[in-house]
Each structure stands twice: as structure tokens, then as C-alpha cells.
Ligand binder design. Sequence first.
Ligand code: DNO
Length: 402
Amino acid sequence: MALEKTWRWFGWDDPVTLKDIRQIGIEGIVTSLHTVPAGEAWKVEEINHVQSAAKEHGMHWSVVESLPVAEGIKIHSKEYDRLAENYCRSLRNIANCGIDTVCYNFMPVLDWARTHLHYKNERGGETMLFDYPTFAVFDVHILKREHAENDYPEHILQKADQLAGSMSEAEKEELAYNIIVVTQAFIHGSVGGGNDYKRRFLAYLDTYREIRTEQLRKNLSLFLRDILPVAEETGIRMCIHPDDPPFPLLGLPRIAGTADDFHSIFSQNNSSANALTFCTGSLSARTDNDVTEMARRFADKIHFIHLRNTAWLTPDSFYESGHLVGSVDMYSVMKILLEEQLRREKSDLAGKRMPFRSDHGIRILDDYSRAANPGYPLIGRLKGVAELDGLQTGIERALRRA
Ligand code: DNO
């Protein structure tokens, strides 16, 4: 009944090798074709190359994270038909290579956002933090986005003014570079590096000028209308990843952060192809999200799981607090997930598998001597998967007895 243990691998440049991952006791790899730009179709040979490597190491390619959704799909541009067609072609090829689970997100321009990548927690480990006033510094004082100040409450703007006054030019540059490039580049970021990355970023934001919440919802519906039939036909479970953080940023709409959002997405098409990546860390970054209740409500829609925790430093900032400790009641969430896994096994449902990965990790010990993408240190994630696996082993044993 245990959930499948998976690990995000960034390909052959990843300092953590497939051999290392296998030693951890991982069963499935979570990865993407990181060199194929968003919007282009994935080729069978390239997918098979990764699948064979995973298999040679006693694992399999469990989940595609992500098959990126091009900006032209999110804004439903003139390019839409070609992009949607390529997306469907990729899905067919992914299915041909024996993969049945695909994670994607529908966040405009920025995938996830953090303002501090090296925040020291109380034990001296390094983690990531999102501070709303610092984010306002980035938007209002550094990018100087037109009318940005209309998108923040007064108390945040005041704090941002003070902060901006105390930051050096180099610190401001680093903040912008981290948000636009460092946290995005390794996951199919739209903007990329180079000297004029801020200008290009603003140009991307501008393409959303006419797109408010309802329009973005509509664009997601059109995308699902076109790709879900292919997912159904090929047996792929399309798992939308929650917005991270789950509230609007930069004046852009966010439409996948609350129970109501997911209800509206799933009520459009109730097949198992229209599914959820249950990311406890992302969902917990909103105090009105009851993460345990969301796990219960959407259990049958969950086909991929990211487990991590967050804690509030101030009412306007949260940090990643590890895996078991924080505002998410990980015991209750894990119990619900295992009960769902058991239910699927008993009812012999297709799509039984519920792969999870320890999402992100705190940088500790040897992590300081090894390069890693933000959030993906080896030892911190290894600690996470060990803790989570211990938790699931205990709960599983108790459920079986009952
Ligand atoms: C960062 C992650 C994101 C997430 C994708 C899913 O660590 O939270 O890269 O996996 O947005 O589509």
C-alpha cells in the first residue's frame, strides 16, 4: 500500500546521479527533457533515452515534471493551435515510452517565487523564504512595473519603501536575478539570463495586460478541452501543480491555489486524466487553505504528491520548514493519502499508483560542498524522504492492522 518513492532528477548534469538515487531506495524518477524549449514536441528517442537510463538503474521514469505549458497557451495567442498540437504530440510520445503521469502548471510567466534563497533557520540550515514586502521591493522599486503600487496593501508598500532604502544596488540586482532567473532557469523558465532580463521579463508581463482571472480560467479550460481527450486515450494522468505561492503576484491572475479553484477545474471534466499534483508546501502558503481537508476532498484526484512544510515567520512571510514540522499536519495528510491508496487497491482502480517525492530540502551538512538547484540539495531531500518514508511505514502498519 505504500506510496511510490520518487526523486526529482535534473538529468545528466545533476550532481546527484541515478546510481546515488537508487541507493536512497527510490523507485521512480521524476524529470523532464530540460533542454527542449517549452512549446516544442518531445521526441520518442529522447524520452526513451532517459527511460532506459532509469531502468538500467533499477528504477523507471515515474512522472514527467513538468511538461511545460508555453506562455502562448496560457495567453491563448495566435500560436495556440500549433502549441496545443505539439503538446498532444508530446503526450502521445510520453505514453509510448511507458509513462502515465504528467505534472504541469498554469502560472503566468513566473513558476514558483521566493525572495530569499539562503535564509538560515534556527538550527543553522539554509532554506528558502518568501517575504511579501521584499517581493514588493522587486516589483515596485526594482522593476518599476507600471501601477504596481495598486496591487499591494498600504502596510506592505510602507515596509517595501523602508526596505528599498536600506538595500544596496547589488542586493537589489541579486533579488531580481534570483526571482527572474535563478529560480526559473532550471525548470524551463521563459525569460532566461543575459543583460536585459528585466526588460524581457516586463515584456512577458505585458502580454497578460488584457488577461484577468476569468480569461485565464477560460484559457485553461480551452487547453484542457484540447489535451484531455489525448490524455484519456493514452492513459495519461495530467496533474496540475498548485500556484506557488497560491495568491496573485505582479498583478497577474493565479487560478490554481484554493479548494474552489480545484473544484472548478475538476468539475469541467471528471475523468482521471484531469488530476492534481498535491503539493502540501505550495497549498500551505495561504492561511485559509486547510491542507488536510483539501487532501480529503480531492483524494481521488491526487495522482502525484509533493510533500514539504512551511511556517510563518511574520504574517507576511513564510519559509520552508522541512518536511514533518510546520503548518501542515503531515501525519493527517499522509494517513489520508495512504487510505486513498488502499481504497484504490481494494477497488482495483486503474491508475492506482500514487508517487510522492520529498519536495525541496533544507541545505545541511555536505550540501555546502555540492552545487544544487535552489531547493534541491541532496542531504536535505534525503532527510525528507527518510522522514516521510518512516511516517508512512508506521501509518501503513497501523492501517493494515485495522
Ligand atoms: C520548484 C517547483 C516547481 C514545480 C513546477 C510544477 O521547485 O515547485 O518547479 O515543480 O512548477 O509544474
